[in-house]
Ligand binder design. Structure first.
Ligand code: FES
Ligand code: ZN
Ligand code: ZN
Length: 327
């Protein structure tokens, strides 16, 4: 196959674009796709301060690399989840990328910030690790962005991630989640508490996972290839596999599903659940949705943390999370 632009030998073919690219034109193409997404969804301006959530994996490091190449003021943020050797390796990958690019990286650890790791949280609450992991990441990314004065929080969710989430949300008709599944979530400030949910954006939504891997490889980015060892209960993985089968049979399916949803259906779902009001958490002050404003509102992060720390101090654990059937 030949490169669509220069007719040189192609190193990758992208079937949904019906095109092959040589190394240089692929890197240019991918960078262009990200720049187009940033512009199309008005994600941020050239003088905004960006905080990029990095995990040491291909998506977040490729995204950080592209944003730096495009000239944005992009600082990395790595959250150590305390998942043994996996967390150590992913932190090393993030730190060495930052050093190579002379970019600023903020590193925080759940154990230091809250006295809990993701595996502990799972054991103490009886929930699958990914649930505590997602909750902690959302909370800590937002807190770091606020405390360090960033305008926008940038995450490396790619097209495959978004389609898998959409597929799961439709499968279970999670209408609240469908209302919040967008490439941009606007800032939500609460004046009385002085806190906010920082503006969140996903500039990789037009890019497939296979393409970020190719980008990282061709750019010589040393990302962590291993999967998280706690991924077993993560049903999102199954959805990705199912959708990849459909994509292979009919290239463009993922793009069609996600962008079709944004164009034709997303406006039908509300960002706020029915009857909910957003108020400050009575423990930490972060914005949280409540249905009965007369009652003290405590956000899910504070509730989970309090429960886990209580069980930890009592030396008790919850029953282990139920194993999902694998067939
Ligand atoms: Fe879910 Fe690691 S905790 S994949
Ligand atoms: Zn070329
Ligand atoms: Zn709280």
């Amino acid at each position: 196959m030949k490169c669509k632009v220069c007719r040189d030998r192609a190193v990758i073919d992208i079937r949904r674009h019906n095109a092959g690219f040589c190394k240089d034109h692929f890197l240019e193409h991918l960078t262009g796709q990200v720049a187009k997404t940033i512009k199309e969804f008005s994600m941020f301006e050239s003088d905004d301060r960006l905080l990029v959530a990095v995990s040491g994996g291909k998506d977040s490091l490729a995204l950080w690399d592209i944003l730096l190449n495009l000239g944005y003021d992009a600082t990395g943020f790595y959250l150590d989840l305390g998942i043994g050797a996996y967390s150590r390796a992913s932190k090393d990958a993030s730190v060495s990328f930052a050093e190579q690019r002379s970019a600023k990286l903020i590193v925080r650890s759940l154990a230091q910030e809250h006295g809990l790791t993701v595996p502990e949280l799972s054991k103490l609450t009886g929930r699958v690790p990914c649930s505590g992991c997602g909750l902690n990441k959302r909370y800590e990314f937002n807190r770091a962005a606020l405390e360090e004065g960033f305008d926008v929080l940038v995450t490396g969710h790619n097209l495959d991630d978004e389609v898998a989430t959409l597929f799961g949300n439709v499968l279970h008709w999670n209408v609240d989640m469908l209302g919040r599944q967008a490439p941009v979530l606007e800032e939500r400030a609460l004046e009385e508490s002085g806190t906010a949910l920082v503006r969140k954006v996903k500039p990789l939504v037009r890019v497939a996972e296979r393409e970020t891997a190719a980008y990282a490889l061709l750019r010589g980015i040393d990302y962590i290839v291993e999967e998280c060892p706690l991924v077993e209960g993560n049903v999102q993985h199954r959805y990705k596999e199912a959708i990849t089968l459909l994509e292979e049979a009919s290239p463009g399916t993922k793009h069609q599903m996600y962008f079709g949803f944004l164009k034709k259906a997303s406006h039908r779902f509300q960002q706020e659940p029915d009857g909910a009001e957003v108020v400050a958490c009575s423990t930490c002050g972060a914005p949280t949705a409540v249905w009965d404003p007369a009652r003290a509102a405590v956000c899910s992060f504070c509730k989970t943390k309090a429960l886990a720390l209580k069980r930890k101090s009592e030396g008790s654990v919850a029953r282990p999370p139920r194993k999902r059937r694998t067939h």
